[in-house]
Design a protein around this ligand. Structure first.
Ligand code: PAF
Length: 265
């Protein structure tokens, strides 16, 4: 039974505290919480990890039950794409930035499935994580451009005690890779420290971050960028809040992390 203000948390399952923080935010703000659990094939590239993406359905279902989630929507691929996928949603220009540049077609797949889920669930408000900062920017823009009557709430990144951003893909890391993965957070911390100490040149900050990442031989940098959080365009000087975002391969696992740099008034 759904009623009152409906909050929606779309997920691909393999739930962790980051997802549960979205569920709790939804519970705090809404009368009914709906969670979807669907590993969406159209947002994976041909050489990506669709086949091995973790799918611990029973564990996820139990976690959501414990959180008091009213409705779990876990469709099959055939149910979501009964006639294939001829109609796609693309946020031109934005979809090709940051992760969209490294993962061609990724955001088109995400926007298509999120649109479909919004039509099926008809939520009043939907909750996404700040860890996927580029995804958040593309969703905000899609909702605005297509007049979806859905409020978008972006919740803070949830981290392990040592700083690693929670991600379903952390499960792929072996012990050594798990240690090396901390360098993503360290690179962001270095940038934040230098920024707080007065450094405003984006070029200098990015060079420092790259230097930190280069110290970890198991890690291959995909990008480190400092961009406008809405347009995802690179900024040169830090006069306004900016998104510092990093993506890197730890072994074969691609991880992302970010923080917002806010100049003091
Ligand atoms: O952020 C995710 O987990 C996915 O991209 C989403 C929004 C559930 C769409 O498949």
């Amino acid at each position: 039974m759904r009623g009152g203000r409906v909050g929606f948390v779309p997920t691909m399952g393999a739930l962790h505290e980051g997802h549960l923080s979205l569920v709790r935010a939804a519970k705090a703000q809404c009368n009914t919480v709906v969670v979807s659990l669907f590993v969406n094939p159209t947002q994976f590239g041909p050489t990506e990890d669709l086949a091995r993406y973790p799918r611990p359905f029973e564990r996820d279902r139990d976690l959501l039950e414990k959180e008091g989630v009213a409705i779990l929507f876990a469709p099959s691929v055939e149910e979501m794409y009964p006639a294939g996928e001829l109609t796609r949603v693309n946020v031109e220009g934005l979809s090709e930035k940051l992760d969209g540049r490294s993962r061609p077609g990724h955001f088109r797949g995400v926007m298509t499935i999120v649109s479909k889920l919004f039509h099926i669930i008809e939520p009043d408000v939907a909750f996404f994580g700040q860890k996927d900062a580029a995804q958040a920017a593309v969703i905000r823009r899609m909702v605005r451009d297509l007049n979806f009557p859905v409020e978008i709430v972006i919740c803070p990144i949830v981290r392990e005690p040592d700083g690693l951003a929670m991600s379903s893909r952390n499960a792929y890391l072996n012990h050594d890779e798990r240690q090396s993965a901390l360098v993503l957070h360290r690179s962001l911390m270095r940038v934040e420290d230098e920024f707080r100490a007065g450094e405003k040149s984006v070029g200098t900050l990015i060079a420092s971050a790259a230097e930190v990442i280069a110290q970890e031989p198991r890690v291959r940098l995909d990008y480190f960028e400092i961009v406008d959080p809405d347009t995802l365009d690179p900024v040169q000087q830090l006069e306004h809040p900016a998104l510092a975002a990093v993506a890197a391969y730890v072994g074969t696992t691609r991880l992302i992390d970010n923080l917002i740099l806010t100049p003091r008034k």
